[in-house]
Design a protein around this ligand. Sequence first.
Ligand code: HEC
Length: 170
Amino acid sequence: MKNILFGIVIGCLIPIVAAVCFVRGGGMPVPTQGAPLPMERTLAKWALHAAMDKEVDRPSPVKPDEANFLAGARVYQAQCAVCHGRLGQPATAIATGMFPRPPQLLPPKKGVTDDSVGETYWKVKNGIRLTGMPGYGTTLSDPEMWQVSLLLLHADNLPGSVQELLRRPN
Ligand code: HEC
């Protein structure tokens, strides 16, 4: 019995000691340039889906019309473009220096125009911890968060007036 207990304690301690040695020995990458750790992307994806999957089917209370796209584009230009890019412009220095890199959402990124509007709304409202993606739940109004989420959902099919606004350098 004693031997089994001893084995369990040692078995638990070895991975903890190994993890501490790995981090203290400089194994954990700190600079923003460089590849992710093995499994880092998969684990982050699992955690994100576990957190948001119950809420992503919410329909938008805001209509996908030109006035709402224009309002969403104003939010985008003021709050998002510094990281996610402006239409027809290269990635900013801020975006290029981040880890993980914020995806350039204009021109539309496949995978976001495919996401449900509720999923994008969830990310805008809550943010994604330890990535740099801010949560806007206390700083944007609820309609503003839906408007910018609808804008991204329809980013591959926006009226000319909205595209023109998104092309402005600031
Ligand atoms: C300071 C930089 C920054 C700002 C400002 C920012 N984001 Fe992000 N955003 C990120 C990063 C970094 C990620 C990638 C997170 C990851 O890899 O999981 C991200 C991810 C996302 C995603 C998920 C993309 C995908 O591929 O599934 C959406 C949608 C998004 N942001 C929308 C927005 C909107 C809308 C705004 C403005 C209201 C905004 N973001 C503002 C940094 C930013």
